[in-house]
Ligand binder design. Structure first.
Ligand code: MN
Length: 377
């Protein structure tokens, strides 16, 4: 063997050893019985990944939602969804926190789910039942988190139907159960949180220093009719129209002048509002349409009081746009499990054409700060 070919063989052998060592150090992916549909490259575990809009349910909630749906005389888009929520695989995945969910999280490299009771929470129930199921759900959620403190955090459920008891439950859920915020599924019986009777809920959130995540549901009955012909009342358009409206109603109501520290989280890249900043600000400053007098422009409140998540919008142009107009400190990663796909969402953000430091903020650092989740590996 000549000197040069000997060297070549030596170098190649060394490379082979290195490749083998690298293969050994790669974490073995746990293959679960049920795969999600997306088939991207296996995500590498370079980031702590906290997914912040992840749905969960207790059997009592699903049963009560089904009861309401079965008793309803007319088509109701939220109640229509109840049929799917009560059918596998959605039902099985919503109720699970011990098996399949952890398997899919591991497969996608997701460290933690921020769990919240699936839409519409307890907001379609009569008041007593709503209060009872919210409390039961919060207790169970706290147990799940106690069992898996590194895999789960959670948002409290409250019944806006009774604002005073919602405030009491928020205090219990945050101070005693150590939950990380509260979720409200947009309108309650056609009413929005900008109404004065709901302000104690917002005041409590500000005082407790926890965010209110406003999660979508279908448009309230008074604006639902034009959506019906093509069933646009669902997530294709109606959810975002409903929830974006809710966010804007809060902004123009003056609630953020009353509670400047109030934090609101919107999913789905801000439910369309960031895209509309220019026109909202221009109209708010050029036409007096008899709206309440507030101190700041709409976009200024949004940039001060709102955070957004990427849930369900795995699209790089929208992400880059939101980073440009909101800043990288206000955007958090979310999957929207089990309604959308874990692997696709993770791979999408890994592949995003943004700096590594920004990715870390969106994957976990911002969520750790906003939801007061302890930092971890
Ligand atoms: Mn969701």
């Amino acid at each position: 063997m000549g000197r040069s070919s000997f060297l070549q063989a030596f170098v190649m052998a060394k490379k082979k050893v290195r490749r083998k060592a690298a293969a050994r150090s790669r974490p073995k992916s746990r293959i679960t019985a049920v795969r999600e549909r997306a088939k991207p490259k296996a995500p590498t575990k370079r980031y702590r990944i906290i997914a912040t809009e992840e749905a969960w349910a207790i059997p009592e909630q699903l049963a009560a939602m089904k009861e309401v749906a079965d008793a309803a005389a007319d088509y109701d888009p939220d109640l229509y969804l109840v049929g799917m929520q009560n059918t596998d695989p959605l039902r099985r995945r919503l109720l699970d926190s011990e098996g399949e969910r952890l398997g899919i999280m591991d497969q996608g490299g997701v460290s933690m789910h921020l769990l919240a009771m699936t839409s519409t929470g307890v907001q379609t129930f009569e008041t007593e039942k709503a209060v009872a199921i919210a409390e039961l759900g919060n207790d169970r959620l706290a147990e799940v988190i106690r069992r898996h403190p590194t895999r789960y955090a959670g948002l409290a459920t409250v019944a806006p139907q009774d604002p005073a008891r919602a405030v009491k439950e928020m205090d219990r859920a945050i101070n005693k159960l150590k939950l990380n915020g509260v979720m409200i599924n947009s309108h309650t019986n056609g009413e929005y949180l900008d109404q004065k009777k709901y302000w104690p809920i917002l005041e409590a959130a500000a005082a407790l220093r926890v965010p209110v995540y406003i999660h979508p549901r279908a448009p309230s009955p008074a604006m639902a009719k034009p959506y019906r012909e093509y069933h646009l009342e669902h997530a294709i358009w109606g959810y975002q129209a409903e929830t974006g409206l809710h966010g804007l109603k809060l902004i123009v109501s003056g609630v953020f002048d009353a509670y400047p520290d109030l934090k609101i989280v919107l999913g789905h890249m801000g439910e369309g509002l960031p895209y509309w900043f220019y026109r909202m600000d221009w109209m708010a400053t050029h036409f007096d349409m008899r709206r309440p007098k507030v101190k700041l422009k709409p976009s200024e409140y949004f940039k001060r009081n709102f955070y957004i998540t990427t849930s369900g919008v795995n699209w790089h142009p929208a992400l880059r746009f939101c980073i440009e107009v909101l800043g990288e400190d206000r955007i958090m990663f979310a999957v929207d499990y089990p309604y959308q796909e874990t692997m696709e969402a993770v791979q999408w953000l890994i592949d995003a054409p943004i700096p590594e430091a920004t990715k870390r903020k969106i994957f976990h650092e911002n969520a750790e700060r906003v939801f007061r989740i302890p930092g971890g590996a």
